[in-house]
Design a protein around this ligand. Structure first.
Ligand code: AHR
Length: 322
């Protein structure tokens, strides 16, 4: 049985304000959530951190936030420290998919429910986490490929594609690659000629794109599929520095839907972004309350997302929240 925070045990989130206002001291009634973040690699991640910090606030919650700086060992240490502190709920966005079995079993043995946010884990025992809040990354990869097939319907093959992968071993890198291939492999015009990690950062995206351009030579790359917008934006710089026009000489596809991508599309340098919603704080707040109360949650609380091609960028930008 999971431990139940005293104030929250019998009440839904809606009743929380009443609980803390009814004489229980804010701190003693608060649900303590230990949150281990991946790092601060992208515009998406910054928005995600902000959303979590804005949602899990006192008096209902006490947030213990830890930045894993892209290292699994840091995240494991943070999780163990949360267990030692006997938090009510552990939430985390795992940098990679594998290698969590032991620490998650320790959390389970301590009776602390684990909520995954953003990224999933591969574990033999599904009961090691109570829910996943986040996107369908495979579908995001498929959406990118479907957009490409549609946008290139008048192009003759071979259409030479380069791919900037996210963090090696991470769920979004594995799944976006899978979904993208699944769809373009059905169209014999497409060839993925280079595929390498750009670690989800602008700097690395630029560096790897420079290497792609050097290796392939001018006019040999038709399409860039970047697993996130930050890498696409870095690559755009590399394409321009090579004397080519991103968005025209090379079609540029990104994922996330951050403001930077909308600005690049308005400038005519990027063609599309597939949305991946980082604003998971409110859903985490609701799930943490329920998990602390021992309620059963859906296995996957899936984000609802769209595709934004350059044609709609100017109209959409003022509405973007991240
Ligand atoms: O896990 C979500 C991914 O991680 C986002 O697409 C990317 O920008 C981030 O770093």
């Amino acid at each position: 049985m999971f431990r139940i925070s005293a104030c929250v045990a019998l009440l839904g989130l809606a009743a929380l304000a009443g609980c803390s206002g009814g004489g229980t001291s804010a701190k003693s009634g608060a649900i303590t959530v230990g949150f281990s973040q991946v790092g601060a690699e992208s515009e998406w991640r910054t928005a995600n951190t902000r959303s979590v910090k804005e949602a899990l606030v006192e008096p209902e919650f006490q947030l213990k936030f830890s930045d894993g700086q892209q290292k699994q060992e840091n995240q494991i240490k943070a999780l163990r420290s949360f267990i030692a502190q006997r938090v009510d709920v552990i939430a985390f966005s795992p940098v990679v998919e594998t290698g969590w079995d032991t620490v998650l079993a320790e959390a389970k043995a301590a009776g602390i429910p684990v909520v995954l946010t953003d990224r999933t884990v591969h574990v033999p025992d599904e009961s090691l986490f109570v829910t996943l809040i986040g996107s369908d990354f495979v579908e995001e990869g498929r959406r990118a490929a479907r957009w490409l097939i549609d946008a290139s319907k008048d192009m003759k093959g071979p259409i030479r594609v380069v791919e900037l992968q996210g963090t090696v071993g991470s769920a979004p890198a594995n799944d976006r690659m899978k979904g993208f291939r699944e769809v373009i492999d059905q169209d014999s015009r497409f060839q993925v000629v280079r595929s390498q990690t750009g670690e989800f950062t602008r700097a690395k995206g630029k560096e790897v794109m420079e290497a792609f351009l050097k290796a392939e030579g001018r006019n040999k790359i038709d399409v860039l599929f970047a697993h996130n917008d930050d890498m696409a934006i870095g690559a755009i710089q590399a394409i321009e520095e090579a004397g080519m026009k991103p968005g025209k000489d090379i079609l540029v596809i990104g994922v996330d839907g951050v403001k930077g991508a909308f600005e690049a599309m308005i400038a005519g340098k990027m063609n599309v972004t597939v949305e991946c919603n980082p604003l998971l704080g409110p859903q985490l707040m609701a799930a943490a309350g329920k998990a602390a109360a021992g309620e059963t949650l859906p296995r996957w609380i899936k984000s609802i997302e769209r595709v934004f091609p350059a044609e709609v960028a100017a109209e959409e930008l003022p509405r973007r929240k991240y």
